[in-house]
Design a protein around this ligand. Structure first.
Ligand SMILES: [Zn+2]
Length: 233
């Protein structure tokens, strides 16, 4: 197989690749990424608060239902007091009423707790929203810097990029796909010479797996160890 074109492509693309890697480490990109992460963290915190508020509202509904239940039971107890036949029964009614009062007290505490937490959540959410808006504005500003830097780099690589798109038309689709896969996985260079019995990228002895496939100049095989494409010079 003729792999001259893909190798030429790779030589130029390596320069582009290195510049891209440097760009990824540049303060412009780092700042934008950090702000993006900050935005994500704030959103996650807000969602967590939202979920907690949802649980609190459910607790509140539950407490309301319990109050209604206790009130109904209390009414019934009052009603039956009018027909108390003996002291024993009166004692039981008093016990029951005390029980209801205690239940009301507990429910009141529970409801106070829920309202207190809901009010805290409201404040926390307001603060988070403010932080989120600030982070969003900073992020937008950082994107402008990012875009400017990216355009600068693209301009500086114009010649290489034009040559790459020309070469691309002459490269077999399957070969290019393999190249692209390595590049996407940051395995560059993707095509490396086979120096029997070793892959020149990872240094592993790969002759048992690929030796048979690499007979003539231009033959290619995948390195079973680093997954790059080894070729015979
Ligand atoms: Zn390898």
């Amino acid at each position: 197989m003729n792999i001259d074109k893909i190798l030429e492509y790779q030589t130029i693309d390596m320069k582009v690749y290195r510049i891209e890697r440097e760009f990824a480490k540049s303060p412009e990109v780092q700042k934008a990424v950090a702000l993006q992460n900050k935005k994500k963290a704030i959103t996650a915190s807000l969602l967590k608060l939202d979920k907690e508020a949802e649980t609190l509202f459910a607790d509140l509904e539950k407490a309301e239902a319990q109050i209604k239940e206790a009130a109904a039971a209390q009414d019934k107890a009052h009603f039956s007091m009018g027909s108390i036949a003996d002291l024993n029964a009166a004692d039981n009614v008093e016990k029951a009423l005390n029980g209801y009062l205690e239940a009301f007290g507990n429910l009141e505490k529970e409801i106070k707790r829920i309202f207190k937490r809901l009010s805290d959540i409201k404040n926390e959410a307001r603060k988070l929203l403010e932080q989120g808006n600030a982070a969003n504005n900073d992020y937008k500003a950082s994107l402008a810097d990012y875009e400017r830097k990216s355009q600068e780099i693209k301009q500086s690589m114009q010649g290489q990029i034009a040559r790459l798109s020309e070469l691309r038309k002459e490269i077999d689709e399957a070969i290019f796909r393999r190249y692209k896969l390595c590049r996407d996985n940051k395995k560059m260079p993707a095509f490396v010479p086979y120096d029997a019995p070793n892959c020149t990228a990872c240094g592993m002895n790969i002759s048992p797996e690929v030796g048979d496939k690499l007979k003539n100049s231009g033959d290619v095989a995948e390195c079973p160890s680093c997954r790059r494409i080894v070729y015979l010079k």
